[in-house]
Design a protein around this ligand. Structure first.
Ligand code: SF4
Length: 376
């Protein structure tokens, strides 16, 4: 019998795997009931390319202008082997860091594969942790382009963070560089909340890596260093973000994910999501993995337009959102709801209360539209 890894490779059909990032882990954890996303992500399949091949591309991600701005700000912060960043870290962490080693994982030894990058990340962070424990504060270590792995739904995924990990004063911090501005000491709260959620994924992954290496995960701080442009200039400033709440939520959501091997057991053994097949064949293959569409998918998943179209076609209540679906608990389609509201069908006894509320709302709607027609 093939292993989960072999089956996931077969599902990908020879395409190069796409690594997870904090955004994908956070989105997956935000919809733990969706087998489709879980299996596509675990197999490292590009959801963007899949959606395009299916004829349902989603306008997703940052604009080219925003990406270019983010890239140039990151280059500025990391210029001269992170000289700017080191100054900010000394200020933000309030530490006299006498000497700090800068390690760039991809450049180290010309390594390119994920396995080698991950092995090198583990080795450097383990050495930094051992020296932190042995010497107390010791010298600092700044690790750029680390590659973490994280157990997601019982499957080990690679996590390629656009962050750095720094050991200083015996603690490890994740450093996140973002291009949204901090003006008069305050930043857009939605952007800060999103950055906190993403940073929590990296903190979680670093703690998991330490635990797997037999290192105390408590060495990883729940305070993340957030580096942003200050005021209206491109001058970087650093602040500490406490991500304890986001960590707790993430831990809870990841524990609710169905294990990948159980999802694979429910799929046909010869299933593939290869883009070599026709869009109709690919659509059939994708539908074999159960989806759990919700309007939130539109802002978190590249497959959203395809899944929404399917959910609409079968009249699923999912398109109305989780709150409405839960309020209409027990009813299985939009048609069933409309029939009850219009009094076209007898309600089963367990739906009496829902039927009464639907008819009440329907009566208000009819009275309102009739009044509007008179005014017009
Ligand atoms: S868009 Fe589809 S695949 Fe993505 S999370 Fe929603 S239901 Fe799942």
């Amino acid at each position: 019998m093939s292993t989960s890894t072999e089956r996931l490779d077969a599902l990908r059909g020879g395409a190069a795997p796409v690594d997870h990032n904090a955004r994908t882990v956070a989105a997956l954890a935000g919809n733990p009931g969706c087998d489709r996303r879980a299996v596509l992500d675990a197999a490292g399949i590009s959801k963007r390319d899949t959606a395009v091949h299916l004829g349902h591309p989603a306008p997703f991600g940052q604009s080219p202008f925003a990406l270019a701005r983010a890239r140039s700000f990151e280059e500025l912060v990391k210029a001269d082997r992170c000289a700017h960043l080191l100054r900010l870290l000394r200020e933000a962490l309030g530490l006299p860091i006498p000497a700090i080693a800068y390690l760039d994982i991809p450049q180290a030894g010309g390594q390119a594969t994920r396995e080698l990058r991950h092995a090198r990340t583990r080795k450097e962070l383990r050495q930094a942790a051992e020296s932190a424990v042995r010497d107390g504060s010791g010298d600092g270590t700044l690790v750029d382009h680390p590659l973490f792995t994280l157990p997601v739904a019982g499957h080990e995924v690679y996590l390629d963070p656009a962050v750095l990990a720094v050991q200083a004063g015996g603690r490890f911090h994740i450093v996140e560089i973002k291009s949204f501005a901090v003006i008069d000491g305050a930043a857009d709260s939605a952007q800060v909340a999103a950055a906190s959620r993403l940073s929590a994924v990296y903190v979680y992954a670093l703690k998991a890596m330490f635990a797997a290496e037999g290192i105390d995960p408590g060495l990883v701080s729940h305070e993340v260093v957030l580096v942003c442009p200050k005021d209206f200039a491109n001058h970087p400033t650093a602040t500490l973000l406490d991500v304890r709440l986001q960590l707790a939520a993430l831990r809870r959501q990841l524990s609710r994910l169905t294990r990948i091997d159980r999802i694979l057991d429910r799929l046909p053994p010869d299933l593939t999501f290869s883009l070599e097949q026709s869009p109709a064949e690919l659509a059939r293959a994708v539908r074999a993995a159960e989806a759990r569409y919700a309007p939130e998918c539109l802002s978190t998943c590249e497959m959203a337009y395809f899944c929404r179209s399917d959910a609409r076609e079968c009249g699923s209540l999912e398109v109305l959102g989780r709150v409405t679906r839960d309020d209409l608990g027990g009813l299985d389609s939009v048609d069933a709801v409309l029939d009850l509201a219009a009094d076209d069908r007898r309600a089963a006894s367990e739906h009496d209360e829902i039927a009464e509320q639907l008819r009440h709302v329907h009566a208000i709607y009819r009275a309102h539209t009739a009044a509007e027609a008179v005014v017009a």
